[in-house]
Write a protein that binds this ligand. Structure first.
Ligand SMILES: Cc1cc2nc3c(=O)[nH]c(=O)nc-3n(C[C@H](O)[C@H](O)[C@H](O)COP(=O)(O)O)c2cc1C
Length: 387
């Protein structure tokens, strides 16, 4: 039986593709249209400071058209899991500076994702009770240094806390630019704080930040506008995941929220909109494309949690380009293939993701030890001589 994975190999893909054409993003010139999707890898110190191994990891992947670095918290209470990266004090800026310097030296370009976890957090991770639009706990456990624990009931944010959080996002964006990032991506997806405000299931507020669609999009709009004011709209992207139910999200009215959100941001002049698990077969995808005049990054709908198709998502990416996306982001294929662009361009086989247990733990294994094609070839040449 031919499976999807058998068909979608790199070997039978045409060598020319729009994926490998250059593109512009604000002031940046991207050498190709492949974007490394943000991926939390939990290799920071306990206080959120990026470590030297992260400079190696990202520099290995510098041939991506653009790297969007992993979710980083803009304030202490926004911390989700242990050892995630942060960007709210000088030590974070200095740690990230080593990473952006290494990526720039390797010829790459990099944005940083800003993520406040909201109810996806735990006092054992941040030292603080998580905050959220409403006191609705995550219907799941949360990973902590002592293992998985039941989620706690988050504290409902006051209006003052909402305003302070908007300011924290703006300050974090300024820090990211100080750290050498070309821009930031506001994380409005995957069930974290901004998504919790958008979704009726997690936002039961009766004030200006809840209720109607106009109320529920208000926090997202204020964060994006504040971040754009802080660092310039051409340095800001927004990630959304319409309809995604991850982290217990129930939007209720997906078809109303996202068109309203995009219309409210239409005049800002953002660098891009990034749509997670984009499906070119869905009418909503086409509606968002019609409404969004700027650059659209699409993250294809690949089998989740896996296994990945053998082409890492190339065929789905090309379908999305044909449906109007400008850039394609891939996650796991970049995780396992530092030279993904070259492998896809030449039709070389991909490294599979080795061990998903290594995704969110410290250390080199499953992180910086995925080989490039050159390393594989060198090893093959040496092997007979050694035998
Ligand atoms: C290890 C891992 C960590 C992730 N961390 C983040 C993150 O920090 N922020 C985010 O928006 N998405 C995150 N994602 C989702 C990816 O950005 C991407 O949407 C997802 O992997 C699907 O793309 P793929 O099928 O090409 O892997 C993560 C995914 C993986 C596998």
């Amino acid at each position: 039986m031919t499976t999807y994975a058998d068909e979608a190999t790199t070997a039978n893909a045409p060598l020319t593709s729009r994926l490998f054409e250059p593109a512009s993003l604000g002031d940046l010139r991207l050498p190709n249209r492949l974007v490394m999707a943000p991926m939390t890898r939990n290799r920071a110190a306990a206080d959120g400071v990026p470590q030297p191994i992260m400079a190696t990891y990202y520099a290995q992947r510098a041939s991506a058209g653009l790297i969007i670095a992993e979710a980083s918290t803009p304030n202490a209470v926004g911390q989700t899991y242990p050892n995630i990266t942060a960007i709210h004090d000088r030590a974070h800026v200095a740690g990230w500076r080593q990473v952006t310097d290494a990526v720039r030296a390797a010829g790459g370009r990099m944005f940083l994702q800003l993520q406040h976890g909201g109810r996806v957090g735990h006092p054992d991770n941040s030292g603080l009770v998580p905050v959220a639009p409403s006191p609705v706990p995550l219907p799941d456990t949360i990973f902590t240094p002592s293992g998985h624990q039941p989620a706690v009931v988050p504290r409902e944010m006051t209006i003052d806390e909402i305003h302070a959080t908007v300011a924290d996002f703006a300050a974090a964006a300024r820090n990211a630019v100080d750290a050498g990032f070309a821009g930031v991506e506001v994380h409005g997806a995957n069930g974290y704080l901004i998504h919790q405000f958008l979704a009726g299931g997690t936002n039961h507020r009766t004030d200006a930040y809840g209720g109607s669609v106009a109320g529920r999009i208000r926090f997202a709009v204020e964060v994006v506008r504040a971040v754009a004011d802080a660092v310039g709209p051409e340095r800001v992207g927004l990630r959304i995941a319409p309809g995604l139910t991850v982290n217990g999200i129930e939007e209720g009215d997906t078809g109303a929220i996202y068109p309203a959100l995009l219309d409210a941001l239409a005049d800002v002049g953002l660098a891009y909109l990034h749509v997670v698990f984009a499906d070119p077969g869905q009418p909503l995808f086409h509606d968002l494309r019609r409404r969004w005049q700027g650059t659209l990054i699409a993250n294809p709908m690949l089998p989740w949690p896996g296994p990945l198709p053998a082409d890492g998502g190339r065929r789905e990416g090309e379908r999305l380009l044909a449906a109007g996306a400008d850039l394609i982001s891939l996650g796991r294929a970049f995780l396992a293939n530092p030279d993904l662009v070259e492998r896809l361009r030449t039709g070389a086989p991909l490294n599979p993701v080795r061990d998903t247990g290594l995704m969110y733990v410290g250390g080199e294994s499953g992180y910086t030890d995925y080989p490039t094609l050159d390393a594989v070839r060198r090893a093959e040449t040496l092997a007979p001589a050694a035998a």
